[in-house]
Design a protein around this ligand. Structure first.
Ligand code: 4NP
Length: 158
């Protein structure tokens, strides 16, 4: 399967998936891979908002800019617009699969860290309720996941 467009999906689209999107965009460009990335949330409570300020700060400390992010909710059309839809945790994956209209669409969903072949955990912990250490840990995990993602995309896209 050639993968040209990847959508990262979490719950609120203000912490994990915007972070992974920003890390992926930067590392893909550095790797010279022509793959477009975006993110959304299965829930719509934060639609239109920027990323969580704690996530923005932790990302900035590692050289990633989330200042332009605006949250949006997952939509059925995302299955047409993206080749691969990667969920941060199993709840997100379940919601994604509920929205898939066909088995073919459901087959293009997976857990981000699992698809990327990253060492456990395969679920990306939600830092939202935690402390600042959790946000810094999220950045490290996003970098590991994206490194694995890039290797797998090289194989997938030849
Ligand atoms: P995210 O984190 O799914 O990584 O964006 C969360 C953001 C907001 C909420 C939960 C998780 N919330 O319950 O509002």
């Amino acid at each position: 399967m050639s993968v040209r467009r990847v959508l990262f999906v979490c719950l609120g689209n203000i912490c994990r998936s915007p972070l992974v999107e920003a890390v992926a965009r930067k590392r893909l460009a550095e790797a010279g891979l022509d793959v477009a990335v975006a993110s959304c949330g299965t829930g719509g409570w934060h639609a239109g908002e920027g990323a969580d300020p704690r996530m923005v700060a932790a990302a900035r400390a590692a050289g990633h800019d989330l200042s332009q992010h605006r949250a949006r909710q997952l939509h059925e059309r995302d299955f047409e617009d993206y080749d691969l839809l990667l969920a941060m945790d199993r709840d997100n994956l379940r919601e994604l699969r509920k929205l898939a209209a066909t088995p073919e669409q459901a087959e293009r969903t997976a857990l981000f860290l699992e698809w990327s072949g990253t060492a456990p955990p395969v679920e990306f912990p939600d830092p939202w309720h935690g402390d600042t250490a959790g946000f810094a840990a999220s950045v490290k995990l996003a970098e590991r996941g994206v490194a694995g993602l890039i290797e797998r995309l090289r194989d997938a896209n030849g």
